[in-house]
Design a protein around this ligand. Structure first.
Ligand code: PEP
Length: 252
């Protein structure tokens, strides 16, 4: 079964309402391949106004959501409120959340369950630090992040896994297509062994970490790379080229 190419744009805590409205207006008038599913994740304050503005074939997502659906959690984002407002996606487990906001593998697992329980789709980020890679622990780290999620959920149909090596995020240091493919293949093998072959065949495993229009085509050619999660370049016109990069490969 062919997996639909998936490209997410993580705007992080960047932009103003005006600058992001302009960005979305440009996206609205661009030629986007219908072979790619596209999700943009603006800062939480701007998710709803941009949802109203963005073309209907581009979905919106939040960059985080809490475990609980409501209550005394000042400053948090409720997964239920996102769903009720028609926001279909949320990014969970981003390395900035894991490192700067101390989200453990267990918390990410519980957040994933909470998001799925209310009906959200999840872009689940996993990835190793440079130190972990250099110690030869890449797949071990990624697997332990996946195990924490597998303890909480059974149904993986609303999950896209984003492999994002921490050393490549926002650094301009992209993983080589071979490095990325190797980990994507390992993730798929882990899913075959621990979740099932059908899920492994259908789940999208996307790459994130300094993706640009200049490197996206070579990455997109890799067998197990089903798209991208894009940070910095999602705020630039080249995001359109990244979205369309699959069409420049011979992949089905
Ligand atoms: C990200 O934040 O998910 C990301 C991949 O950032 P960048 O593309 O800027 O490395």
């Amino acid at each position: 079964m062919a997996r639909k190419f998936f490209v997410g744009g993580n705007f992080k805590m960047n932009g103003t309402l005006a600058s992001l409205q302009k960005l979305v207006a440009d996206l609205n008038s661009a030629q986007l391949s219908s072979d790619s599913e596209v999700v943009i994740a603006p800062p939480s304050l701007y998710v709803l106004p941009l949802k109203e503005l963005v073309r209907k074939d581009v979905a919106v997502g939040a960059q985080n959501a809490h475990i609980e659906v409501s209550g005394a959690f000042t400053g948090e984002i409720s997964p239920k409120q996102l769903h009720e407002e028609g926001v279909p996606w949320v990014i969970l487990g981003h390395s900035e959340r894991r490192s700067l906001f101390h989200e453990s593998h267990e918390i990410v697992g519980k957040k994933t369950k909470a998001a799925l329980d209310v009906g959200l789709n999840v872009i689940l980020c996993v990835g190793e630090t440079l130190q972990e890679r250099e110690a030869g622990r890449t797949i071990q780290v990624v697997e332990s992040q996946l195990v924490a999620v597998a303890k909480e959920i059974k149904d993986w149909s609303k999950i896209v896994i984003a492999y994002e090596p921490v050393w490549a995020i926002g650094t301009g240091k992209v993983a080589t297509p071979e490095q990325a493919q190797e980990v994507h293949k390992d993730i798929r093998s882990w899913i075959v062994q621990n979740i099932g072959e059908t899920v492994a065949e259908s789940i999208r495993v996307i790459y994130g970490g300094s993706v640009t229009a200049a490197n996206s085509i070579e990455l997109a050619k890799q067998l197990d790379i089903d798209g991208f999660l894009v940070g910095g370049a999602s705020l630039k016109p080249e995001f359109v080229d990244i979205i369309n990069s699959k069409n420049k490969t011979n992949k089905l």
